[in-house]
Design a protein around this ligand. Structure first.
Ligand code: NAG
Length: 210
């Protein structure tokens, strides 16, 4: 509810602003010590338990760290605007792997994540205008974002898991490179590992078509 109208407004504003990254400066007292940016760290060679896993738990959770990486701050904004996702990332009892497309992956999409060609086909250029248009955009953005939230962590190679849309996803090592399937979307690295899950940086986006 709370996110609905706000989100759509932000979305449309961002559309006009060419996806200028939303500003993100969450401050959490434990962030600096506990958040663990893992440079050059693909899941393929990082799946063995993280050496500091125990200390990484602490009380830092995904909602604390999702906004910390500049490379994914557009997607981080989506996770805040979509209430089902922000709730999941705030939940400590359930682990999650967030597959966060990089800003550049999002910017190079042929259409915005909240645009659906079907909407333009049926409604024309005004598809996202007015309240109904905002609602439509919000719904599309929710689908997009939920497609990138996997309901498992740790998430092992080959393990079939589900995203928040209920679709099955897994990842495999292809020539030393971790790729998320279906779609073969390359994982650049794991950017955060906290008590209730991990954030992976993707070089592309997953299919979220309706
Ligand atoms: C959740 O993640 C933590 C940290 O990696 C792990 O210790 C725990 O076993 C996970 N729980 C489940 C149910 O997967």
């Amino acid at each position: 509810m709370r996110a609905g109208i706000l989100a759509s407004t932000v979305i449309l504003a961002a559309a006009q602003a060419q996806l200028v990254p939303f500003l993100k400066t969450p401050s959490h007292p434990h962030m600096d010590q506990q958040q663990r940016p893992l440079e050059a760290d693909a899941p393929g060679n990082q799946l063995p338990p993280f050496p500091n896993a125990a200390s990484a738990q602490g009380d830092v959770i995904l909602s604390d760290v999702i906004g910390n990486q500049r490379q994914i701050n557009i997607f981080a904004g989506f996770t805040r605007d979509v209430s089902s996702v922000s709730t999941r990332l705030e939940t400590t009892g359930l682990n999650t792997t967030v597959l966060a497309p990089s800003n550049s992956a999002l910017s190079s999409l042929p259409r915005k994540p909240w645009e659906n060609p079907n909407d333009y086909d049926s409604l024309g250029a005004a598809a996202y205008e007015g309240q109904a248009g905002e609602d439509r955009a919000g719904k599309n953005l929710r689908r997009f974002t939920e497609a990138h939230v996997v309901l498992a962590s740790p998430w092992k190679e080959g393990e079939k898991a589900r995203n928040m849309l209920g679709s099955e996803v897994w990842w495999e090592n292809k020539g030393g490179m971790a790729v998320v399937q279906p779609g073969g979307v390359e994982v650049e690295r794991v950017v955060s590992r906290v008590a209730n899950g991990e954030v992976w940086l993707l070089k592309g986006v997953l299919n979220y078509a309706t």
